[in-house]
Design a protein around this ligand. Structure first.
Ligand SMILES: Nc1ncnc2c1ncn2[C@@H]1O[C@H](COP(=O)(O)OP(=O)(O)O)[C@@H](O)[C@H]1O
Ligand SMILES: Nc1ccn([C@H]2C[C@H](O)[C@@H](COP(=O)(O)OP(=O)(O)O)O2)c(=O)n1
Length: 226
């Protein structure tokens, strides 16, 4: 369901933060934003666990818009934005970019999509990402799809990925694994405690992983009728 929040925002910013079907009331100096109901699924898993690969399948079969935090950050570097160099340096070190930067990119992409169903891939990456996203957008994910895969397999895949990414080298990969264990897994545990995690064995071949993914996305009544 949508959430109603009263947020003091500067008038000049109002059009940036409002999504299409949203109603905006102006009360004195405050805008009351009725945030439209959006359906958000988070994809979490170590680097190379196959999140991006499965997102392409989910988009095709279930009509979601795929938002990859990493892709948005890489596009921001390419665009020559003022944050570009900072983002590039952090990614090279396998570090997590400050939440406000990533959240702005995600919000903009959501607003521009015209869709109301999103796969957010690679975000939130730490507790700060999660808390800031929920505080700013008031969006609670429906569930978290967690890609479970060994580091050995993930490293093998990344080294074969061959996309010319600056962070796909052994040294940075190891740093990313460490950040994943120390910062990203606690976020998965947070959602686990809320009963929102759907764990997938991501070490299997792509088609088998997608069978498991499909089972999570297919409504129970459709499964019963099949
Ligand atoms: N189930 C799988 N089995 C083998 N290779 C895979 C599988 N899923 C993805 N890959 C390959 O592994 C690499 C990393 O996958 P990717 O989807 O980019 O991972 P992530 O988005 O989690 O970093 C890619 O080259 C991809 O083609
Ligand atoms: N929420 C996020 C997502 C990615 N990043 C940065 C840090 C990550 O190491 C890189 C690459 O992330 P991406 O999700 O594209 O790739 P992997 O799943 O790690 O293979 O981007 C970030 O700082 N904050």
């Amino acid at each position: 369901m949508g959430t109603v929040v009263e947020t003091p925002v500067k008038e000049a910013d109002a059009t940036v933060t409002v999504k299409k079907p949203t109603v905006v009331f102006v009360l004195g100096k405050h805008f009351v934003l009725a945030l439209s109901s959006v359906f958000v699924v988070i994809l979490s898993g170590g680097p190379g666990s196959g999140k991006g690969t499965q997102c392409a399948n989910i988009v095709e079969h279930f009509g979601y818009t795929h938002l990859s935090a990493g892709d948005l950050l890489r596009a921001e570097i390419k665009s020559g934005s003022e944050n570009g160099t900072m983002i590039q340096n952090m990614i090279k070190e396998g570090k997590i970019v400050p939440s406000e930067v990533t959240i702005k990119l995600l919000q903009k992409a959501m607003e521009e999509s015209g869709n109301d169903k999103f796969l957010i891939d690679g975000f939130p990456r730490n507790e700060e990402n999660r808390a800031a996203f929920e505080a700013v957008t008031k969006i609670e994910p429906e569930f978290v799809l967690f890609f479970d895969c060994s580091e050995e397999e993930m490293e093998r895949r990344i080294l074969n990925r061959n996309q010319g990414r600056e962070d796909d080298n052994v040294e940075t990969i190891r740093k990313r694994f460490k950040v994943f264990l120390e910062s990203s897994l606690p976020v998965v545990q947070y959602y686990e405690a809320k009963g929102k995690v759907r764990k997938i064995d991501a070490a299997k071949p792509v088609a088998e992983v997608f069978d498991a993914v499909k089972a999570v996305f297919t409504p129970k009544d459709e499964k019963a009728a099949a």
